[in-house]
Structure formats: C-alpha cells, structure tokens
Design a protein around this ligand. Structure first.
Ligand code: ADP
Ligand code: RBF
Ligand code: MG
Length: 187
C-alpha cells in the first residue's frame, strides 16, 4: 500500500537547464519528466531528500506556445535514484501538469519551487504498478497544490524575476518528514 502525506518543505527554489535522461518517462511510463541539470542541485540536496514531491515550475523556451512558456505549471516531482530502475545517478525530474502538445523543451531554462513531500521513493513488482502509482501521485499532487500554503507559491516573485543566474538557491536541506524505509517494495 502506498501512503501519501503532504508535508510542507522549504520552499526550495532551483533554476537550471532541462537535460536529457534515459528517455524512459514518456516511452515506458507515459509520464514525461523534465530532468533538471544536476549542476543546479548536486551541491544542495543530500541523500535524505529522495522522494516524491510537489511544486511549481516554469519553462522559458521561446519556441513553445505562449501559454506553455508564460504559465506557472503544477509539478509532481521525483528526487532520487529511481529504485525501480536502480539508477546510479540521482535525478530531480518533474512531470509538469500541462499539455505541451507533444513538444520537447530540452536545453531550456526551468525554474522549480519544491514545496511539499508526498511519499518516499519505492520499488515495484512491475512497470504497470509504477505507472499506476505515478498516476495516483499526480492526481493527489494536483489537489494538494490547489490548497494553501502550496497554492500561494504559484505567485512567488521567483517566477517573475528576470533571467538572472540562480544565486539564491537555498542551502537548507529538504528534510524527509517521516521515517519510513525509502526503498521498500510496496506492490
Ligand atoms: P528524459 O529521460 O530525457 O527526461 P522523458 O521521457 O522523461 O525523457 O521526457 C522528458 C521530456 O519531455 C522533457 O525534457 C520535456 O522536453 C518533454 N515534455 C513534454 N511534456 C512534458 C510534461 N508535461 N512534463 C515534463 N516534460 C515534458
Ligand atoms: N521511480 C521509482 O523508481 N520509484 C518511485 O517511487 C517513483 N515515483 C515517481 C513519482 C512521480 C510522480 C514521477 C514523475 C516519477 C517517479 N519515479 C519513480 C521516477 C521514474 O522512474 C522516472 O521518472 C523514470 O525512470 C524516467 O526517468
Ligand atoms: Mg525525464
């Protein structure tokens, strides 16, 4: 059984490029994730931060339709080593709750605010089980982002700042608020 909570964290602000990953999100899972350049988080996050989180995101690709590049999108994020795949590199990757019409936006600048922890990362018996859990995370994440204090961050000045470099990245760690094992097999 997958238990979700909504524990406010941070908020933590990141800015960096959208980089290429293993291309599994869209093709295998049906959930594309914009992967943040590790340079934007590798000295900020530590191992305890592995988990599924929610937040808000913008992407600034001028080739995207105006609504896609000017709106602040809800984001449901995975932070960690993806235990189902046993990755050797940590990723911070965000499914943005917006229809980009099949367009990619690699190499573009992404701003991310991470504001609440939902659950630890886990491994699953099948790919189908992982897909179902991600679908439920997204459904749950959309709802909690509509509530305060999460919703207030969609209007954070961070998103309306110019394109200056990410000088204000927080150096606090994201604390994982519960003590459940992070790699338990849940399905
Ligand atoms: P990768 O492993 O390279 O991250 P994915 O299969 O996860 O590949 O696909 C992610 C890419 O899909 C993103 O970098 C972005 O360019 C694009 N994309 C399209 N729609 C979305 C969306 N709703 N959320 C996140 N990324 C999206
Ligand atoms: N990967 C895991 O191995 N375990 C998880 O519990 C897990 N949860 C995720 C939840 C969400 C909302 C998202 C978007 C991704 C999650 N992933 C998880 C990451 C997934 O394995 C990854 O996005 C793909 O491997 C593509 O990089
Ligand atoms: Mg991805």
């Amino acid at each position: 059984m997958v238990v979700r909570v909504c524990h406010p964290v941070g908020p933590f602000r990141f800015m960096g490029k959208v980089v290429m990953g293993f291309q599994r999100g869209s093709k295998q899972l049906g959930w594309p994730t914009a992967n943040l350049d590790p340079a934007a988080f590798e000295h900020v996050l530590d191992a305890a931060e592995e988990g599924v989180y929610v937040g808000w995101a913008t992407v600034s690709d001028v080739r995207l339709p105006e609504a896609s590049r000017t709106s602040v999108h809800k984001a449901v994020l995975s932070i960690g080593w993806n235990p189902f795949y046993q990755n050797s590199e940590r990723t911070v990757e965000a499914f943005l709750c917006h229809d980009f019409g099949g367009r990619d936006f690699y190499d573009t600048q992404m701003k991310l605010i991470i504001c609440a922890f939902l659950r630890p990362q886990a491994s699953f018996a099948t790919l189908e089980a992982l897909k179902e859990v991600i679908a439920a995370d997204v459904e749950y994440g959309i709802k909690v982002l509509d509530q305060p204090p999460q919703i207030d961050l969609s209007a954070d000045p961070f998103f309306s700042d110019g394109n200056e470099p990410p000088t204000q990245v927080s150096h606090h760690t994201l604390t994982q608020p519960d003590s459940s094992p992070r790699h338990d097999r849940v399905a």
